[in-house]
Design a protein. Structure first.
Length: 301
């Protein structure tokens, strides 16, 4: 636990605005799906408790852990009323666990949270500020999604790359529409915040849905929603041996790396396109066109 203190060092000792306006500040619902998370979960919870925006509720659903995670969470919930445990008796897997949480929790604003990362102290505050600006621009009836950059770290929180976007060749400015986004996984779930409308249009998922985050974004954009970004890394994105999905360094020799893993690339794109068809994307040529267009524009940029 001591190793995250340096990341919390800049947290204000007092947050007058947050304390005075606590009852008036909207409540943020954080959804966390967990499975055998005891190695890193205490650090993640500590980083949530250190947030400068404190009016949040954490909804946790355990996927039948065997390492003491459930007992640990019960103890934490007994000490902090903001931590709510949802019952579960069926092995779900990460995507269905998150989507079940999303369908169960009724809230105005949502965030996804993984069990093994560390949130920097202003993550909720700055992400929510961006979402409020989006509401001021677009209104509250549209599906709105905000996401941020990430700092990629190893299991001991030592930095691998200062920017996940740079590491993964992501330029949010080039991926703002449904057609553009569909060929790329722009948004990382643990950085997302979205409104109730985005949640409502995303609840009906199919067997072809790959992950909760890309599904929410696709459904939101399909319904005319908007995606906004915060370019600042607000999370330590931990990479370790048990990551469900991780960061791949594509900064150097991009096409060579993709060619060397051609079989997995083709499998990934086939699965992605099947999911897109289930949400009404269009034909395969449209998919290929927008993927190639992005690569060209990214290189020019």
């Amino acid at each position: 636990m001591d190793r995250i203190k340096r990341y919390m060092a800049n947290t204000p000792d007092t947050d007058t605005e947050n304390r005075v306006g606590y009852c008036c500040k909207p409540e943020i619902s954080i959804l966390m799906a967990v499975y055998n998370g005891m190695k890193f979960l205490p650090e993640q919870l500590a980083s949530l408790k250190a947030q400068t925006y404190s009016n949040w509720v954490l909804y946790v659903q355990d996927d039948l852990s065997t390492d003491g995670t459930a007992d640990y969470l019960k103890a934490e919930a007994a000490q902090d009323a903001r931590i709510k445990l949802l019952p579960n008796s069926t092995k779900l897997g990460a995507m269905k666990n998150f989507m079940t949480l999303l369908s169960t929790v009724d809230a105005q604003y949502y965030m996804f949270c993984d069990q093994d990362d560390v949130w920097l102290p202003t993550k909720i505050e700055k992400t929510f500020a961006c979402l409020k600006r989006a509401e001021a621009e677009c209104g509250t009836e549209l599906p709105l999604v905000v996401h941020t950059d990430l700092s990629v770290v190893d299991a001991d929180l030592k930095q691998i790359a200062p920017s996940f976007w740079e590491m993964s060749r992501i330029n949010p400015a080039l991926l703002t529409t449904f057609a553009e986004q569909a060929g790329h996984n722009l948004v990382t779930g643990c950085t997302m915040m979205f409104n109730r409308t985005a949640r409502n249009v995303s609840l009906s998922f199919s067997s072809k849905t790959l992950m909760h985050d890309v599904w929410v974004l696709l459904c939101s954009l399909k319904q005319g929603g908007r995606v906004f970004d915060v370019s600042e890394p607000l999370i330590l994105y931990r990479q370790h041996g048990k990551n469900t999905l991780g960061a791949h360094d594509l900064r150097y020799n991009y096409f060579m790396k993709r060619f060397m893993s051609l079989k997995s690339v083709l499998k990934e794109n086939r699965s992605n396109y099947r999911m897109l068809k289930s949400v009404g994307y269009g034909n395969i040529f449209k998919y290929i066109y927008y993927k190639l267009k992005y690569y060209v524009l990214y290189k020019k940029g």
